[in-house]
Design a protein around this ligand. Structure first.
Ligand code: IFM
Length: 707
């Protein structure tokens, strides 16, 4: 398979997708795959993990650091910049095995041809470092200026976050400190430059929020001039000074990525496109994965920018966790610990809404602060904010937290995490759902009313089947947990709740109603609803959305429920619901397709699953996903889809089931035409290879081999 992604497209229209597709990252920061000369209008960003700021009433969002890769060449007073100055050729490549981005562009100059080639990597072995090379070669004597700068005029969605950006320069080391508004927070960035192949001392040039070292160079045919930059991003400048040099750093960085692939690369004999797409998805996940052993998680849009406020959603628990759990359990532990660490925020949120226990943030930032606005969408016609209920009613988030924790503990056997706060999380989430239960006077049952299920187009509904089943899961988890055995009062209430909790059951056609009254809504399909739009950016949900009074749903909802609990239903029921809900699903969220693929595997129809699997796995490679919700920009990496791709491959097609204590069982359902799937699975100490074919599965320890 090919471990590279390439494009020759440099048009302004493609810049947002290319920024995501060619992204590099190391879990500490992500650098969008824009070009060296690009600035904020091209959505260039060096996005910092876990550092947030709010300006005025704007949304609280993660900081983008000043960009130390800014490099500009001018010739004859004209900038060699894309797309303005048309090139003779252009190629941008991401080697996602080594996580190195390369660009090569040639332009016609007065006397000949000039090539700019550049390489960059966000060091996975020294995560404070961003390293780059920029090489100029000319076919004729050419005079150029080369600016190597730090661009502090960063792209913000709700900024500007920096009060000031102060530059300093020592020799060929350029530094800046960006001071965050109304805060003591600062972001230091350094660029240590080394020029080879030319003499001369650079002059320091300064513009507003941009400073650069400028060399005037006489290029000669056959003599390359190379600028090497070792940059620190939100790390002490000494890190660059003490670093062993570009080549040694590159070797260490490659080795770190090699280890990632040794533990988790997938192989699909018979579908090279899928093989590339899944490994590329894993690249995206790993570029955002926390590896410092701390209590940290992965934002829904990874480190691709400020979209979705750099917040952690249920995406981490239900879509991303499993890949890490089965290949890098130490990363899974960080994800789980993040929720333990943010329990105080969840307790406070529940209290604010008048509930008990832990109501986790729908869009979680540090400390569990909920960044989700009450007005998450802007009306395209009036420009007015639209009241949405994601924050107050999407209560299934707390169950997702428990789901991940239990999955982690069952698979790894790491019960220490329960003593470190995990058991308390389960107890508090159980208390939360207890406090939400309503008992109608006329019925001997408890209901979960006024909620918002995964399908965000239908707000404030009663008895959403997914949410209620997940609440029951939380009750079961708490009841089964020896660590909570002493909580007699709580356990008695939970037993009662579990017994009387109303869970919508399949009707005589095998269908589960998504929520009370769903089947009575107008029965149309997404194309019909789309045709009613007056503006393509209109939000389909909310009080006036085109989908609200119809059966058109945004994303897998009942399908998600059945994909998570397939054993509770007959294959006939699973299929009936798939066939009913899929045509009514817009798939307006990148979380949708993988659930449908997974569900189809559960009733043995890999042929139905395959197109949805491809859709999930190619979310980034394809690009062009939904960029707007109302007037709000929502583009960026789709890491739930990336995690979902692995889940469908491993847990769907390969039929992997964790049996506890790092054990596995397989019930394969491979697509026709696929000859073999090879998965790598690791408990953190050793690696196993699972070879899945149509006739069975072999699990064996990894021997030395090349991938
Ligand atoms: O968590 C999702 C949600 O289910 C749909 N909208 C986008 C969120 C972040 O990916």
């Amino acid at each position: 398979m090919s471990w590279t992604v390439t494009t020759s497209d440099y048009a302004a229209e493609g810049v947002a997708d290319n920024g995501n597709r060619f992204l590099i990252g190391n879990g500490v920061f992500g650098v969008r795959g824009t070009l060296e000369e690009h600035r904020k209008d091209a959505l260039t960003a060096v996005n910092l993990a876990g550092l947030y700021d709010q300006v005025g009433d704007g949304w609280r969002e993660p900081l983008n650091a000043p960009n130390p890769l800014y490099t500009l060449v001018t010739e004859g007073g004209e900038a060699l910049s894309l797309p303005e100055r048309e090139p003779l050729s252009h190629l941008q490549t991401l080697d996602f095995h080594s996580a190195v981005m390369e660009r090569r562009t040639t332009w016609k100059t007065e006397g000949g041809i000039l090539e700019a080639a550049a390489w960059r990597f966000a060091s996975l072995s020294s995560p404070g470092l961003l390293c780059a090379k920029f090489r100029l070669t000319a076919t004729a004597p050419t005079r150029v200026t080369l600016d190597a700068g730090i661009d502090g005029d960063v792209w913000d969605i709700h900024g500007p976050h920096y009060e000031s950006v102060e530059f300093s320069c020592k020799g060929t080391s350029l530094s800046c400190i960006a001071r965050v508004q109304n805060s003591t927070l600062t972001v230091p960035v350094t660029r240590l430059c080394t020029l080879e192949g030319a003499e001369g001392t650079p002059e320091l040039i300064k513009f507003d929020r941009l400073a650069a070292l400028r060399w005037t160079l006489d290029l000669h045919p056959g003599h390359a001039v190379t600028l090497t930059s070792i940059c620190t991003v939100n790390a002490p400048p000494e890190l660059a000074l003490d670093a062993p040099g570009y080549d040694a750093l590159l070797t260490e960085h490659r080795a770190a990525w090699e280890e990632v692939w040794r533990r988790s690369a997938v192989e699909i004999d018979g579908d090279e496109e899928a093989e590339t797409a899944v490994n590329y998805s894993l690249y995206q996940l790993n570029a955002a994965a926390p590896r410092d052993g701390g209590a940290r998680s992965i934002p829904a849009r990874g480190l691709s920018g400020q979209t979705y406020k750099g917040a952690i959603f249920w995406d981490s628990e239900l879509f991303m966790l499993d890949y890490f759990l089965h290949t890098q359990p130490e990363v899974a532990r960080s994800l789980v610990r993040y929720r333990i660490d943010t329990l105080p925020g969840a307790l406070e949120k529940a209290r604010q809404y008048g509930h008990e226990g832990a109501f986790y943030a729908w869009e979680s930032q540090e400390g569990g602060r909920d960044a989700c606005s009450d007005y998450n969408v802007v009306d395209v016609f009036t420009g007015r904010p639209v009241r949405t209920y994601f924050r107050d009613k999407q209560v299934h988030i707390s169950a997702a937290v428990v789901w991940a924790l239990i999955r982690y503990v069952n698979h790894t056997g790491d019960r220490a995490i329960l003593r470190e706060g995990g058991a308390e999380v389960v107890a508090q989430c159980a208390r939360f759902y207890l406090s939400l239960l309503v008992k109608p006077l006329c019925r001997e049952r408890y209901e979960l009313r006024d909620v918002l299920g995964p399908d965000e187009y239908h707000e404030r509904v009663d008895n959403n089947a997914y949410t209620s089943r997940m609440a029951a899961f939380v009750f079961d988890a708490a009841l089964a947990m020896p660590e909570l055995a002493g909580e007699a009062g709580l356990l008695a209430r939970l037993r009662d709740a579990r017994e009387k909790l109303y869970l919508p059951a399949p009707d005589d056609k095998g269908l589960i109603e998504q929520f009370d009254g769903y089947f009575a809504l107008e029965d149309v399909v997404p194309a019909q609803v789309r045709a009613r739009l007056q503006d393509p950016r209109e939000y389909w949900g909310g009080s006036h959305g085109v989908a609200g009074d119809t059966q058109v749903i945004k994303q897998a909802d009942v399908a998600a429920l059945l994909a998570l609990f397939p054993g509770e239903h007959t294959p006939r029921e699973l299929e009936a619901n798939w066939r009913y809900y899929e045509p009514r699903t817009e798939h307006g969220s990148s979380l949708s397709a993988c659930m449908y693929a997974m569900l189809a595997c559960r009733f043995g129809r890999s042929d139905l699953a395959l197109p949805f699997f491809h859709q999930t796995a190619t979310a980034e490679l394809r690009g062009g996903g939904k960029q707007w919700a109302g007037l709000v920009y929502i583009g960026g990496s789709h890491l739930a889809a990336a995690g979902g791709a692995w889940k469908v491959l491993a847990e769907g097609f390969a039929g992997l089931r964790a049996t506890g204590g790092h054990g596995y069982a397989f019930t394969p359902c491979l697509p026709e035409g696929w000859r073999r799937v090879r998965l790598r699975l690791s408990d953190g100490k050793s690696i196993q290879i699972a070879e899945i074919t149509h006739t069975g599965t072999v699990l064996r320890p990894l021997e030395e081999e090349h991938i």
